[in-house]
Design a protein. Structure first.
Length: 125
């Protein structure tokens, strides 16, 4: 399963449901885009080190953007930006999940629902 950054933000805020849900998902993965979103949200080096330690402790695989993911993200942008306001990060995250055949866990259902090929699992905080 691919995890959207918003679920991890809920976890860092101490949301019991997010922590419980992630513990129940063996071998979850993170898009490099989601990692970058989380890293950008860190206020200092200590928070960044804490993020990296937590991801290592959970043995999280960070999935890099490949040419196939990029091509699919471009197609999603072409199809969904004007009609649904799809943004770059969400296109890349969705394309990662679709390309790898993984379900995506996200609290931002509105951002991902228009992607017909995506297996979306909605996290409700």
């Amino acid at each position: 399963m691919l995890i959207d950054s918003d679920v991890l933000v809920w976890r860092t805020r101490g949301h019991v449901g997010a922590t419980k849900h992630l513990r129940a998902v063996p071998g979850w993965r993170l898009s490099a885009v989601s990692y970058m979103e989380l890293a950008q949200g860190c206020r200092n080096r200590i928070e960044l080190a804490r993020l990296k330690r937590a991801l290592r402790a959970d043995d999280v695989e960070i999935i890099e953007v490949t040419p196939d993911i990029s091509r699919l993200a471009c197609r999603l942008i072409d199809e969904l930006t004007l009609s649904h306001g799809l943004q770059l990060g969400d296109a890349l995250i969705g394309a990662t999940a679709i390309t790898l055949g993984l379900p995506l866990l996200s609290a931002n259902a509105k951002h991902f629902r228009p992607m017909d090929e995506l297996m979306l699992e909605v996290f409700v905080p």
